[in-house]
Design a binder for this molecule. Sequence first.
Ligand code: PDD
Length: 282
Amino acid sequence: MKAFLNGKFVEKNEKLITLENRGLTFGDGLFEVLRVKDGHIFFFEDHLLRMKSSASFFGIPFPYSLDEIKNRAHELISLNRINDGELYIELTRGVDTNREHRYPPRSTQTTFFMLAIPLREINPENWKRGAAVFSFPDLRHKLCEHKTINLLPNVMAKNFAYERGGYEALMYRENSKGKYITEGGSSNYFLVKNCTVITPEIDNILPGITRSKVIKLLKESGIEVVERRVYLEEFLSADEVFLVSTVSMVMPVRRIDDREFKAPGEITLKAMELYRDFMDKE
Ligand code: PDD
């Protein structure tokens, strides 16, 4: 299997990364996960523009044009014969032998790589009967609107859920009114209450590309969608809950901690169908 690294196609299992890469030593980098199906890359521009805008925020030079990345990505997908899969893209600030935290004064060559791999295995029962999710504190910093590779709190949160037989974490922060939901370890959440769909506003969470597409599709079909602060209590007393991401698409939730839900509920089914139809048409 091949990978694309700094301008070249290489063997994926070759050891090519220098140990002093700032991605390894500082988590100084960004990533994107894109869905690939039958030769099509979904939301290519949205993902790459999100990465480019974060790169500019963190002062990481962006090494290629979007067209060039797209062409190389398609080549990689066909070299690896990926029909249904994921394109993983990572950009780091590159190698710095000084191990100084500050941005290197002389510009280093960034590290940019892409992997095209088959879709990860997900139990299809999660879509048919709903996923179990577990609440966990959101222990992250204030840069969660950027898709950085600093994922230790997400890893802890998802591992907490996996250890309990769950699929995803439901992360929360606290204010004087109680626990409010931010997002999952790698997904965004929605609830349905009295036929209105409610989702946490973009306030130190990732502006998910699936999230924004699902909001648009639901609104176009006449369903009211509200983006605001949402508390854990509201999730626990919702009529329906679902989560979304590039990989999970729209997935019903059948359980949060000890609370069980009817899954998939009517509006969740509608969102699943709208998203599936959109993907089939793309
Ligand atoms: N995760 N929130 C977080 C923290 C994420 O890492 C992701 C994506 C999402 C959903 O975003 P999008 O709809 O743009 O995929 C929300 C990817 C899929 C991953 O880490 O595998």
